[in-house]
Ligand binder design. Structure first.
Ligand code: BYC
Length: 348
């Protein structure tokens, strides 16, 4: 479906000039709307590459949400109190919901959910590098909320103004929920730091030491090495660059770390009076690309878990399909009966 509008093949009769002119006019109208900061709806004409870029980004985002349920899911049975367990369950369910909104947004672009999930399960599709790191202790759950969700919010708030309206609308609700996720993580860490034992405070610091650099990697490669940034920014899909978002995240979190009483594992982290920003050290991009390429600590485990969840859920999908078929048959029979009655009345 998503090649329809770029089809410049000769029409019957052999003359494709009218079609080329028509496409040029559509492209001009699209560019005008993008340049004016306007939105594109699902039924509007859009260039094929714009559609492809959105399918790529939205589906990777959707996959990240549902794979992102796994590291925290590891701690549901071991949450320290009933309150923390309820919060964690609600958060994980939210992530599942975010996956649904995002798959639905991707479907408006003419791709099926089955195709997207096939790509995830076969290892072809990417999802965020961050979810390939292990959650070793309870403080990891707090740090995921504070730092991982904090980074996610920083990246996702500008997406509420993405030029593709169905994605932008989905992101508004996602961001509201992410804000609760970030606060609950910070609150859990604050409780450990203020009311906990020395061992618990050490757990928090250890978790931050392990998650800090992978969180900085979440924003993607430097702008100069980012394949898609320039075009995505021109199209209004991305509104702020990878490096600028990363800097905003560092600036916001260093202050929060000071309140919490923890440090970041970066000897080069220092306030730059001239730039009015925090300078930070070099990111290990070899590690990033290794993890993105499938060789992180948990890539295989995460994918195996997703495939198992999909296979275990086969009976639910079969039952839902059988139920829908039964309902459709019932409706068709009722309509046929009504049609028959009407015909008899007319004949009488
Ligand atoms: N991990 O040209 P670039 C969450 C890939 S959900 C893996 O800069 P782009 C949460 C990139 O895909 C968090 N791959 O790309 C959920 C591209 O490869 P392809 C997810 C990465 O798209 C549950 C290549 O590197 N958030 O927080 O312009 C619980 C070159 O990169 C990563 C989103 O998905 C990465 N970190 O910019 C808790 C937000 N970074 O596709 C929390 C939406 C880059 O050419 N996505 N790559 O094979 C975006 O904003 C953008 O896609 C990115 C990357 C900023 C991530």
């Amino acid at each position: 479906m998503y090649t329809q509008s770029m089809d410049t093949m000769a029409r019957e009769g052999g003359d494709n000039a009218p079609r080329v002119l028509e496409d040029a006019a559509l492209q001009a109208r699209f560019d005008e709307r993008i340049d004016a900061g306007g939105f594109i709806e699902a039924k509007d004409w859009m260039p094929q590459d714009y559609r492809k870029t959105l399918i790529r980004q939205i589906s990777q985002h959707a996959h990240s949400e549902i794979v992102g349920m796994l590291p925290e899911g590891n701690w549901v049975t071991r949450a320290p109190t009933l309150k923390r367990k309820s919060i964690l369950l609600a958060k994980i369910q939210d992530e599942g919901g975010h996956g649904l909104y995002l798959y639905a947004a991707a479907e408006t672009l003419g791709v099926s959910r089955d195709e997207l999930l096939d790509a995830l399960h076969s290892g072809k599709a990417k999802y965020s590098s961050i979810f390939n790191y292990p959650t070793l202790n309870w403080a990891d759950v707090g740090v995921i909320g504070w730092l991982v969700d904090g980074a996610a919010i920083m990246n996702q708030v500008p997406l509420c103004r993405c030029s593709y309206a169905p994605y932008a609308r989905a992101m508004i609700r996602v961001c509201r929920e992410e804000s609760f996720h970030q606060r609950q993580g910070y609150d859990a860490l604050l409780a450990m730091m203020e009311q906990g034992t020395d061992a618990q405070r050490a757990m928090v610091q250890d978790a931050i030491n392990r998650w800090w650099w992978p969180c900085l990697m979440m924003f993607g490669p430097h702008d100069a090495d980012s394949t898609h940034s320039a075009q995505s920014m021109r199209w209004g899909i991305k509104r702020i660059s990878n490096d600028d978002l990363r800097q905003k995240f560092v600036d916001a979190t260093v202050q929060q770390a000071q309140v919490l009483g923890v440090t970041m594992p970066d000897p080069d982290l220092r306030w730059n009076e001239e730039r009015q920003h925090w300078d930070f050290g070099k990111i290990d991009w070899d590690e990033f690309w290794r993890v993105v390429g499938g060789d992180g600590a948990c890539n295989r485990e995460r994918l195996a878990m997703r495939v198992k969840a999909w296979d275990d859920g086969a009976w639910v999908r079969e039952a839902a399909t059988a139920h829908a078929a039964k309902q459709a048959a019932r409706l068709a029979a009722a309509q046929a009966a009504q049609h028959h009655d009407t015909e008899q009345l007319q004949a009488a």
